[in-house]
Design a protein. Structure first.
Length: 341
């Protein structure tokens, strides 16, 4: 049994920053995430995608943002339990919480923060017989190392931002790219679609619209070609060294849905003073929280984490006034950050 002030469910940017805000107030936190590395969607699905709206940082990748946040929380020695899903959250007689993961890790916590992004998610898979034989070998649902695709023939499937972003990025290094989309209208931003169409017009890549994959030819995890069936006409066998599939995410709240919280579709209703859910002592921040005017931005999640931290401090120490102190001048903050003895 691990005794802690707060268990944070979700190790994405908002969950990591929640550790920092709690640490500044002298509170200990433990992080749990079903993904096997910290960073959430930023590192799992978009590690190289540029982010431009983090205050004070002109641009950084999702992976760089996660790395910086991990460095920022080092002084607080947060426990991390990755590759584990929270299965049980129950309230004790003293209003503390018993939390248990799928791996059997148990916590005694005074508060619980849900920072689970879109919930427990998996990329939507391609529905082609035998596709699983090539998964994580030459069939990919995320890009972890773009260098793998240098000089290769690629088929990229999808019509959203992820698919178009990687088309525009990988066309610089791939031998050839064929984009396959089930429609001729795209969910991606128009500027990306315009750039893709210019590449096609210039003969630098190909696109097949109103089409879907029906078969993959290959052996021992190595793809040779993929069969594409247009809405009209005969199927086409497209040579491919790698197939990248970006059909979006299938978000699931998972066990959270059974905890008796006030659920709003696939988000959790919170107040805007404490970011507390309908269950006292359980808070929700980031994409999984909902309130009037909610915007799903990382910087908004950072604000939510700050206010939730003050609310948790007040819950844990109700008889003490929670003073607002500034990291610039506060000796207490400097000590907690490891800047002074």
């Amino acid at each position: 049994m691990i005794d802690t002030d707060a268990v944070i469910i979700g190790a994405g940017p908002c969950g990591l920053f929640q550790v920092f805000e709690l640490g500044l107030l002298g509170l200990k936190a433990e992080l749990v995430d079903s993904i096997r590395q910290p960073g959430g969607q930023c590192t799992e699905l978009y590690p190289d995608k540029p982010i431009y709206d983090i205050p004070g940082i002109l641009v950084c990748s999702g992976e760089e943002l996660a790395a910086a946040l991990l460095k920022q929380i080092e002084p607080f020695h947060c426990g991390m339990h990755l590759g584990e899903e929270v299965a049980v959250v129950s309230k004790n007689s003293d209003d503390s919480f018993h939390v248990e993961t799928s791996a059997g890790t148990q916590f005694h916590a005074k508060a619980v923060v849900i920072a689970g992004g879109v919930g427990s998610f998996q990329p939507r898979h391609i529905r082609v017989p035998g596709a699983e034989d090539f998964a994580d070998k030459t069939l990919h649902y995320r890009v972890q190392d773009p260098r793998l695709f240098a000089g290769k023939k690629l088929v990229i499937m999808g019509g959203g931002d992820s698919a178009l972003d990687w088309v525009l990025e990988l066309v610089k290094i791939a031998e050839h790219i064929t984009l396959v989309h089930r429609r001729d209208e795209y969910r991606a931003v128009p500027a990306s679609v315009d750039k893709m169409r210019k590449l096609v017009a210039d003969g630098k890549m190909a696109v097949i619209e109103n089409a879907r994959a029906t078969a993959i030819d290959g052996a021992d995890g190595v793809i040779h070609s993929i069969t594409i069936q247009p809405r009209e006409g005969d199927p086409v066998d497209v040579p491919a060294d790698h197939v990248l599939v970006f059909f979006g995410l299938a978000p699931k709240l998972g066990p959270v849905a059974d905890w008796g919280l006030d659920i709003n579709r696939k988000t959790i209703n919170v107040d805007t003073e404490k970011f507390e859910t309908s269950e006292p002592g359980i808070y929700a921040i980031g994409d999984i929280s909902f309130y009037p005017g909610k915007k799903k931005l990382i910087l908004c999640g950072f604000h939510e984490a700050a206010l939730a931290a003050f609310a948790i401090k007040k819950r844990i120490e109700p008889d003490k006034k929670v003073h607002l102190q500034y990291t610039t001048t506060s000796p207490i903050m400097h000590k907690r950050l490891g800047l002074t003895e």
